[in-house]
Write a protein that binds this ligand. Structure first.
Ligand SMILES: Cc1cc2nc3c(=O)[nH]c(=O)nc-3n(C[C@H](O)[C@H](O)[C@H](O)COP(=O)(O)O)c2cc1C
Length: 150
């Protein structure tokens, strides 16, 4: 594939361990685990479920390549679970779109809210430095009916 830019190519929409391995092989500097907000396909796994699959099958991936994730991140705890597994950062889409109904004030509030939640939740978890969070901070449970619970 011809590279049309000198900027780094970050591949978005990866949903499997195989996809991550191909991205690593091709030399991508980073990937975004994303089901595009689950708008395309009902029942598609969330980026958190995909992250758990990668963590189970190929945890080294989180050190080989920068992993970002989005889709359904709504609360500070959602962000912390993804960061705990090794994501470098998480993204939010629709919350800002909906907040825009209230204009700049709404979007500002939508930015401040998760920031405060992440700080508060991290403190409650005993995480002083967010860079030091790791999978041991979450008790991962595979429920027979509800999928992964964290
Ligand atoms: C109206 C709308 C249009 C979108 N269009 C695209 C798109 O063209 N390409 C893409 O990669 N993702 C697209 N997305 C997905 C977002 O980039 C992002 O992955 C998603 O909104 C994150 O999930 P969340 O909305 O649950 O936070 C779109 C999302 C929305 C809500």
């Amino acid at each position: 594939m011809q590279n049309m830019t000198s900027l780094p190519n970050i591949i978005k929409g990866i949903m499997s361990v195989e996809g991550v391995h191909i991205a690593v092989q091709k030399g991508a500097p980073a990937i975004i685990l994303s089901n595009h907000g689950g708008r395309q396909l009902d029942g598609s796994p969330s980026s958190l479920e995909v992250s758990l699959g990668i963590y189970e099958m190929a945890p080294e991936v989180f050190r080989q390549i920068e992993v970002y994730a989005d889709g359904g991140v709504r609360y500070g705890a959602d962000a912390l679970k993804l960061l705990a597994l090794g994501a470098k950062a998480v993204g939010l889409g629709r919350p800002f779109m909906y907040a825009n109904v209230y204009g700049t004030d709404g979007v500002t509030h939508a930015i401040e809210l998760p920031k405060k939640e992440v700080a508060l939740d991290a403190a409650n978890m005993g995480v002083a430095d967010i860079k030091a969070i790791d999978p041991s901070y979450v008790r991962w449970v595979l429920s027979p009916t509800n999928g992964w619970l964290g």
